[in-house]
Design a protein around this ligand. Structure first.
Ligand code: ATP
Ligand code: MG
Length: 341
């Protein structure tokens, strides 16, 4: 029984059997392997050495899907550059440092297709010439280390989480709604949407709020070096113990996800993985189309969706996918990819 999606026959809703098996097969054939992780770790060390020539004493930390358990073989490598001297949290200063690093790395011909993105969290984006891996480097975005640590714990708390998240990310990409630079959803906001669905909408819940259950492990005050050490060490997950009463299959959960997101009043509610529930709009949040709370800061991770046409496109894709599954639960996953608008 290598495929747990085929395992508990008695509890699998037969109507979704095909979807169920396909989601798990996708996960098994696409999830990042140890060899890919080692390649990224090697890349991290090489880049850190190079960057230290202009920023002595810095640390480069791997974050995002390369470590969270939600990564594919071809996922990019997200890095946080930890600098100890002051003022780097000021956006202009961070942009300047990234430009210095950019010039330095280019001189050693490490990088191609490189540029600095001047967003709220500025990013140096490039393709590493040796491995072909796309890289994003930010400066001192400690929240990214905390939330990667949290995402990794969620990916391990129930076996269904990672396969479902990974396939929904793939679905969103194939439907052109997974690109924050184009005004649609970042991968990270999709991950949070799926986790919130598994927490609050599924009954009984598939996963709890880990921040509520283990506040001593997941809080915004913990020392970042300890978190980083835990993130790279398997021991963290031994202290997390949750058994869900929910026995739904991956296929049924996927159908439930599309049903949820096609009818949810996103504009009025804030989706909170921190609380494991949603709550009414805060008066200090500017009305946007989707409100997905960053678990360690009261900020909206879906702020890239600021145009009505993009928001409508996202909703249309959710509704179309749901319509296909609701009409024919015995459909193929492929029927949900590349939907027409
Ligand atoms: P993919 O596999 O598609 O690259 P990902 O899980 O790495 O997906 P990204 O959207 O690339 O997701 O984000 C990478 C990491 O950056 C996230 O895991 C998170 O730690 C951090 N991050 C992204 N967006 C935000 C945000 N708005 N606020 C805080 N941290 C963020
Ligand atoms: Mg990434």
């Amino acid at each position: 029984k290598s495929n747990p999606a085929c395992g508990a026959e008695d509890v699998v809703d037969k109507r979704f059997k095909k979807l169920n098996v396909e989601i798990y097969d996708y996960y098994e054939s696409h999830t990042q392997q140890e060899v890919h992780f080692r390649e990224k770790e090697e890349l991290r060390r090489r880049l850190e050495r190079g960057i230290r020539e202009v920023c002595s004493g810095c640390h480069l930390v791997l974050v995002g899907s390369s470590l969270s358990g939600f990564g594919c073989r071809g996922s990019d490598a997200d890095f946080c550059l930890l600098l100890t001297f002051g003022e780097v949290d000021q956006k202009n200063h961070a942009v300047h440092i990234l430009q210095v690093i950019h010039r330095h790395l280019r001189r050693f011909s490490y990088v191609c297709k490189s540029f600095v993105i001047q967003a709220k969290v500025p990013i140096l984006r490039f393709v590493d010439k040796i491995t072909g891996i796309e890289c994003d480097i930010n400066i001192n975005n400690i929240t990214g280390i905390r939330n990667t640590h949290l995402m990794k714990a969620y990916s391990k708390v129930d076996w269904r989480v990672a396969p479902l998240v990974m396939w929904i990310k793939h679905w969103a990409k194939s439907n052109g709604i997974n690109d924050a630079s184009q005004g649609t959803l970042s991968s990270y906001s999709i991950v949070l949407l799926v986790l919130h669905y598994l927490q609050e909408i599924c009954s009984p819940p598939v996963i709890p709020s880990l921040q509520k259950l283990y506040p001593h492990i997941f809080n915004e005050h913990r020392d970042v070096i300890t978190i980083q050490a835990e993130l790279e060490h398997p021991a963290l997950h031994r202290s997390i113990d949750f058994k869900s009463e929910n026995k739904k299959s991956l296929g049924e959960l996927l159908a439930g996800f599309f049903s949820h997101v096609s009818n949810y009043p996103f504009r009025q509610n804030i989706t909170s993985v921190r609380l494991g529930s949603s709550y009414k709009m805060r008066s200090d949040w500017r009305l946007q189309f989707l409100h997905i709370e960053e678990p360690f800061e009261l900020a909206n991770v879906a702020r890239a969706v600021y145009r009505d046409d993009k928001y409508q496109d996202i909703l249309r894709k959710f509704k179309q996918a749901y319509k296909i599954i609701a009409t024919d639960p015995d459909c193929y996953l492929e029927d949900l990819l590349s939907l027409e608008t």
